[in-house]
Design a protein around this ligand. Structure first.
Ligand code: DGL
Length: 293
């Protein structure tokens, strides 16, 4: 069954309050698949004059199931090459699994380029939680990272953090993006991975720790306790990107050669996928072949 795709959820309180930035510039946004397009939607609202190229590393999807050392080397090599080819003013790592693993290595490798990462909204969850029990929903790789333990220690020391590393949610998000509907029982099983843990019933705020989950918020909400707040950091990433572009001296490159989208390997159901790219500003998906660009 297919359904129309609506753009990812918008944080109305934030949206009502902001004026879009007038900054121009070329961005490269990066993820393992479609997840980062939720961040792109936020970038387009906050930075309507910026050009945004998008690279999806479908060859290694799902990132959450890859070996850390292999993945880190791979990401650094791929992004370094992409920077050489595309010459962006800033790179948005629109993927928590990549950010929590490789952001430091990327900044060391390319100190000439600002990187904006995505990290789970643990701090935000701690700020709004009444019960002082917060949830984290992320890939299995992100959940086991010391980065997350450090976020908890630094920003939510008085909160109990209940984390669930989900094996299948990123795949479900890829399917939902293509217009499919996921069996609510499968969604319920994933939600139970979080709320079924000790203290899980006391969770009142969940930090989304994987950009793919932006496309699952409504499906998750439908099978979870109704009082829970689902926190998507996409708008915060867009605001941070806007302040980076506003502070940067731009390269003098024509903006028309931008708003391109590539995959590193042909993705599943690529024709179906392409149909849903237009609302994000992409009319065509290409295969990533840096030499031919
Ligand atoms: N979108 C990615 C993230 O934010 C990960 C999905 C995956 O490839 O496992 O973590």
């Amino acid at each position: 069954m297919t359904q129309a795709l609506s753009l990812p959820n918008r944080d109305k309180t934030v949206e009502e309050a902001f004026l879009p930035s007038q900054a121009e510039g070329r961005l490269l946004a990066f993820d393992s698949g479609i997840g980062g397009l939720g961040v792109v939607a936020a970038l387009r609202r906050h930075l309507p004059l910026a050009g945004i190229d998008y690279l999806a590393d479908t060859a290694l999807f799902p990132y959450g199931e890859q070996d850390d050392a292999v993945l880190s080397r791979h990401i650094v090599t791929l992004i370094d090459r992409a920077i050489e080819t595309i010459r962006p003013d800033a790179v948005v790592i629109a993927c928590n699994t990549a950010s929590t693993l490789a952001l430091t290595a990327l900044r060391e490798k390319r100190p000439d380029i600002p990187f904006i990462g995505c990290v789970p909204a643990v701090r935000w969850a701690a700020r709004i939680s009444q019960s002082r029990v917060i949830g984290l929903l992320a890939t299995r790789a992100t959940v086991r990272r010391p980065y997350v333990a450090a976020l908890h220690e630094q920003y939510a020391p008085d909160c109990t953090l209940v984390a669930y590393g989900a094996r299948y949610l990123a795949d479900y998000a890829e399917a939902v993006f293509r217009g499919e509907t996921i069996d609510p029982e499968l969604m319920r099983q994933e939600a139970m991975g979080l709320f079924g843990q000790p203290n899980g019933e006391r969770i009142d705020a969940v930090a989304l720790g994987c950009t793919h989950y932006t496309f699952l918020v409504e499906a998750l909400r439908a099978v979870s306790p109704p009082h829970v707040a689902w926190l998507d950091p996409a708008n915060a990433v867009a605001r941070q990107t806007a302040s980076v572009l506003e502070a940067r001296v731009m390269k003098d490159m024509p903006l028309k050669e931008t708003n391109r989208l590539w995959f590193t390997a042909p993705p599943k159901d690529s024709a179906l996928l392409e149909e849903h790219l237009l609302p994000f500003g992409y009319s065509h998906a290409g295969l990533w072949k840096p030499r031919s660009l």
